[in-house]
Design a binder for this molecule. Structure first.
Ligand SMILES: CC(C)(COP(=O)(O)OP(=O)(O)OC[C@H]1O[C@@H](n2cnc3c(N)ncnc32)[C@H](O)[C@@H]1OP(=O)(O)O)[C@@H](O)C(=O)NCCC(=O)NCCS
Length: 320
């Protein structure tokens, strides 16, 4: 096995990894639509405020597996966080071990000493992680919802219950110019760390635009619904969703600023978002979101809206 460093923003990287990645996902996530180039481009692109490491194991000229890590540039000694997949035809031949070792070396070179990897909870991953001396440090759940399925009635009912004193504004693609500053200010209230993404300390309008451009480069259209006071111009909450050339879209962030919580805003925002995205994209059949199981508020919200757990994911930590 030869390890090569690849550029996740290069179309040639996506083309090289697509067949193996497709085989892997049809084994690991058999209920998903086939992986498209846009999905892979999104997973491997360098995200705003991060450095991206992509290492591939090659067997002769054929990619056998891949490790991708995102490094937050604002946290110079922080972890590299991502995932490690060995394609099904190449397992139990040391590719996984070789990729983990190369990933740790790449992190050490950059003065970082922790590798975090997310993987569906399964025996292979658990044994592999145990063999490397990795520690299980967290668990996430993947929730899925079919907007036209049984959840539809729940969403319709939630969307029909506005929260008194607030109004919603929805957009697709770039945020309207007059809302970009309030949107950046609301974003700064987001505390949660997202796998492999940077925590932007004081987001500005430029950060908003950079993230929009990043989504567009990978063929993703953001759908956003924001909540504002009825007579004000501040954004006090928002929810985002990313649609690509696939029947499956990805949930993004949902945030309600602390002083506006427990009034039903997230329920209203998210039901409007899901119904609007389904209305505007006739192909959209399925929405997936990943939630930390410790984040009880978001898990409860998603269950209430009709999301169902479909798989549990483990986060392993490996010391360099
Ligand atoms: C886990 C995974 C990366 C292993 O890749 P791999 O290239 O087959 O792993 P290696 O050949 O380097 O195996 C190293 C050791 O891991 C353990 N291991 C790997 N797969 C295993 C399995 N199916 N059952 C039991 N032990 C396993 C063994 O101890 C193995 O050593 P051995 O083959 O000498 O017994 C691969 O199964 C995969 O991509 N799974 C889905 C994603 C995932 O779980 N990633 C890991 C996140 S930490």
């Amino acid at each position: 096995m030869e390890i090569r460093s690849l550029d996740g923003d290069e179309p040639a990287t996506i083309a090289a990894l697509l067949p193996g990645f497709r085989d892997t996902m049809s084994l690991e996530l058999p209920g998903d639509p086939p992986v498209t180039e846009a999905l892979l481009a999104r997973l491997f692109q360098r995200r705003h405020g991060t450095e991206r490491i992509v290492l591939a194991a090659y067997d002769g000229g054929t990619p056998a597996g891949v490790l991708k890590l995102g490094l937050d540039l604002g946290d110079p000694s922080g972890p590299g966080h991502g995932s490690l997949w060995v394609f099904p035809a190449f397992r139990r031949r040391g590719a996984g071990r070789a990729l983990a070792a190369a990933g740790l070396a790449a992190l050490r070179e950059r003065g970082r000493d922790l590798l975090l990897a997310d993987a569906p909870r399964a025996v292979a991953g658990e044994r592999f992680a145990a063999g490397l001396g990795a520690e299980l440090i967290g668990e996430s759940v993947r929730h899925r919802l079919r907007p036209a399925g049984p959840a539809s009635a729940v969403l319709q009912a939630a969307a029909a219950r506005p929260v008194p004193g607030y109004r919603l504004v929805a957009w697709r693609g770039p945020c309207p110019d007059d809302l970009v500053e309030p949107y950046a200010r609301a974003w700064s209230g987001l505390e949660e760390r997202v796998n492999g993404q940077a925590r932007i300390r004081r987001p500005s309008a430029d950060d908003v635009r950079a993230r929009e451009a990043e989504a567009e480069r990978a063929g993703h259209l953001p759908h956003v619904v924001a909540a504002l006071p009825e007579h004000g111009t501040a954004i006090v909450g928002y929810a985002t969703l990313f649609v690509r050339d696939s029947p499956m879209a990805d949930g993004g962030e949902t945030l309600v600023l602390p002083q506006h919580r427990r009034r039903g805003l997230a329920t209203w925002l998210k039901s409007e978002l899901l119904l609007g995205a389904a209305r505007e994209n006739s192909r959209l059949a399925l929405v997936q979101v990943f939630n930390d199981t410790a984040d009880t508020a978001v898990v409860a919200l998603n269950r209430k809206l009709g999301f169902e757990a479909d798989s549990y994911w483990s986060t392993y930590a490996l010391k360099a």
